[in-house]
Design a binder for this molecule. Structure first.
Ligand code: CMC
Length: 392
């Protein structure tokens, strides 16, 4: 009919069907393949949850061991890819470094270009899961001017990542098991979230039949923005800003309510959750234990707690159903673990990777998939006649 419906930001429009993740935003429910997030978090490992998301079922012990072994064999980066890291300015933000390196995987693995070759898709899946933590650690090492560490494949994914990030060559590094457990759990909480901005980007790019690496690289760039994954960095910067302002929370909240340009309560609000984000509840509990154990910055944690309390009883936030989201407390935990603020969104990317892969594979296998091509409502000038430059 030529009629199109306008839906800015896709508030009401579903772009696909999916069997992967279920969210009920009013009730604060999140399930991966039917399993409630609070049953998975702390019980199933990140690798187990990755398997669940990608293959649809929880693995048996043997299946998990085989999956783990395959991933461990692919953690190395091609030596030439390592050269990439030196091409970026030393103070480069690690997120664009991450997306560039993932994009470059298509050049090192040209066998990955056909999205319908199932064997290659399987290989790309394993390569990505195995190499992203190595890429992330190298982005960090580069930013602090320290030497890269080769992966140690006697270690699991999270331990290996921590060692490559915080370890030094020829020095033993033993990750604190509590820290490994907490980071693994945070990755589980981030592992998928149905059609959010980055995942929709992965699907949209993939719908043109671009390969997995190209699609995930685009997803990483979408995650970079402060309204999405970049929020965890912004929350910490916001808390530090309030602290620098003498800890005056009321003044900050007043600025948010006055809608000063660029001033939002970061880590609050969500397109789908209009009740407490179930991930935020689990993160908050972890923040308490991890910060006690690691002796993190309790001053900022106290500030965050007070800010949450004030916001939750303020009409502005109540009326708009604004609650803390997953990003509100994660930054405090990451900081206590020793990560610099700029690495926070990289950690989100490592966590979200299995979700992107699962969604891309579901998209490519679905016979109903068509190239993503939104329509528009044109609001420009009506037809007019060209005027020669001399007559303008
Ligand atoms: N602080 C102050 N006001 C807010 C906030 C906030 N964080 N979030 C929404 N609002 C207001 C907004 O101004 C609007 O007010 P009004 O009705 O008077 O115009 C109302 O609440 C509805 O907000 P919206 O912008 O229409 O909601 P949205 O669904 O388009 O945006 C959001 C969702 C997450 C982008 C937004 O809440 C936000 O910017 N939050 C801060 C950034 C953030 O924490 N992002 C992380 C999201 S969760 C993890 C992830 O996806 O990475």
């Amino acid at each position: 009919t030529g009629q199109v419906a306008l839906d800015i930001g896709f508030v009401n429009t579903a772009s696909c069907t999916s069997e992967i993740t279920y969210i009920d935003g009013d009730q604060g429910i999140l399930r991966y393949r039917g399993y409630p997030i609070d049953q998975l978090a702390g019980k199933a490992s990140f690798l187990e949850v990755s398997y669940l998301l990608i293959y649809g079922e929880l693995p048996t012990a043997d299946e998990l061991a085989a999956f783990d072994q395959r991933i461990r064999r692919h953690t190395l980066l091609h030596e030439d890819l390592k050269g990439f890291f030196n091409g970026f300015p030393r103070d480069a933000h690690p997120m664009p470094v991450l997306s560039s390196a993932v994009s470059a995987l298509s050049t090192f693995y040209q066998d990955s270009l056909d999205p319908f070759n199932q064997q290659q898709v399987e290989l790309s899946t394993v390569r990505l899961l195995a190499k992203l933590p190595t890429i992330a650690a190298y982005a960090y090492k580069k930013s602090v001017g320290q030497p890269f560490l080769y992966p140690d494949n006697s270690l699991g994914l999270v331990e290996n990542f921590l060692r490559m990030t915080f370890g030094f060559p020829a020095e033993p590094y033993e990750a604190d098991p509590e820290l490994v457990k907490a980071l693994d759990m945070l990755f589980v909480l981030h592992a998928d979230h149905e059609q959010n901005c980055s995942t929709s980007t992965v699907r949209l790019v993939g719908s043109s039949q671009a390969n997995l690496f190209a699609s995930v690289s685009a997803g990483i760039n979408a995650l970079f923005g402060p309204l999405h994954g970049g929020a965890n960095q912004s929350v910490l910067e916001m808390l530090e800003g309030i602290k620098a302002d003498g800890g005056d929370i009321d003044r900050f909240v007043a600025r948010v309510k006055a809608k000063e340009p660029g001033v939002k309560l970061m880590g609050f609000g969500h397109r789908v959750y209009k009740n407490y984000d179930p991930r935020a509840a689990l993160v908050k509990a972890t923040a308490d234990t991890v910060l006690d154990k690691l002796g993190g910055n309790n001053e900022l944690l106290d500030l965050a707690r007070q800010l949450e309390e004030i916001a939750l009883s303020d009409d502005y936030f109540v009326e708009r159903k604004l609650y803390p989201n997953v990003d509100f407390y994660t930054g405090l935990i990451y900081r206590a673990m020793g990560f610099p603020t700029r690495m926070f969104t990289v950690l989100f990317a490592i966590g979200r990777l299995p979700g992107w892969i699962a969604q891309w594979r579901e998209m490519i296998e679905d016979p109903a998939t068509k190239i993503g091509r939104p329509r528009q409502v044109y609001t420009g000038p009506a037809e007019r006649s060209f005027v020669e430059i001399a007559q303008r």
